[in-house]
Design a protein around this ligand. Sequence first.
Ligand SMILES: *Cc1c(COP(=O)(O)O)cnc(C)c1O
Length: 443
Amino acid sequence: MTAPTIDPAATRERDRRFVWHPYQPTDRWLNPPFEPPVIAEAEGVWLTTAEGDRLIDGVGSWWVSNLGHGHPRVRAAMHEQLDRMCHVAMAGLVHEPAVRLAERLVAATPPGLDHVFYSDDGSTAVEVAIRAAFQYWQQNGAPERTVFLSLAGAYHGDTIGTVSVGGIPLFHRVFGPLTFETIQVPSPAVRPDDDWHVEAFDALETRLRAEAHRVAAVVIEPLVQGAAGMLMYPPSYLARLRALCDELDVFLIADEVFVGFGRTGTLFACEQAGITPDLMCLSKGLTGGALPFAATLATGRIFDGFRGGGDRTFFYGHSYCGNPLACAAANAVLDAFEQDDVLAASHARAEEMADALARIGEHPGVSRTRQTGLIGAVQLGDGSSDYASELGWRVYKAALDRGAYLRPLGNVIYFVPALTIEPDELAQLMHIAEAAITEATPA
Ligand SMILES: *Cc1c(COP(=O)(O)O)cnc(C)c1O
């Protein structure tokens, strides 16, 4: 394919005039310390700039590109669906791609998740879960269960509802007056000591036992708190949490928007704890990074809680929910996991990443490294998590100069490459990161 001719300088100029970018300090964008790449094409793990330079996408384009850009199966499925039907409403209509995908998601997720509600992105997937849990209790005999419990450092999206259960002060504080009440307990992942998660669970248990009568659901990111800085905790915490929620009859919402679709080494992170949440939220990897799309899975108990009269309807839905093109992409993603040994390949890459992280961990500018599946993280500096820190951005620039896109989370440099990344591509990515860290951090 030949790229259309794009004038990078003019495109950047037009961008600065008309486009408002997410999570971007405005003045820094308008007067950038260095020019942002203009991306013209993406294939596999490679981004090609308008100048013709190639960058390895080390962060899976904000954690969505689990199968790499333009995966052949996904692309073919989308082409086929494109010629048939791009979109049709879910309101009162049925279409086969959505039915097939729902059947397959029910089969692929932990047993007991039996119904699929479609929406558009990760935030809406969580919003659906929050609202389904809340309304369930309103109309099934426990209207006093109105509060949600979530973890410090949690990130569940950017709608007001999901910000309410969020726990990252820099992102969420300003919206405080708009949010609903949430009980926040310590993160099991903030401290590196091996058994901190046990203490954190005890804190959660004490609080939940005291407040259970008014709690609708506990919302968590299983195994990895992504936006908090790729903070990790073991499956045993999830298993204990499931047991406690069962005992107290509190719903458990697993936000697998980031960790789902193979990121942690299993198709879904909950599998590692052998648990079934009451509601499971999926998005980022659902289309392999091709289209915005989301699904919230629910148990039969929750679905049945909306049966009865019309006043028990789940009054919720988005214009584009169940989009057939996105369903076709998601069905192709499941084909890839079933037929192409994506997980086995990702396990091999995870071992190679572990070796590279061990090497990087010895660098004097690095305080520690951590990894779950094909998520690797390097904590720079003194170990404090400072999103606004310049250190991460210096590494970002040094990596761009060497051919990798490694957007940091403050002082955390992380790796979320496609699960399909080739061994030599991963080696190159990790070498670039090592060289960039060496250049950008004080020895
Ligand atoms: C990214 C993310 C979301 C939000 O997804 P969007 O598609 O950005 O709305 C929700 N939860 C988790 C755990 C995420 O990582």
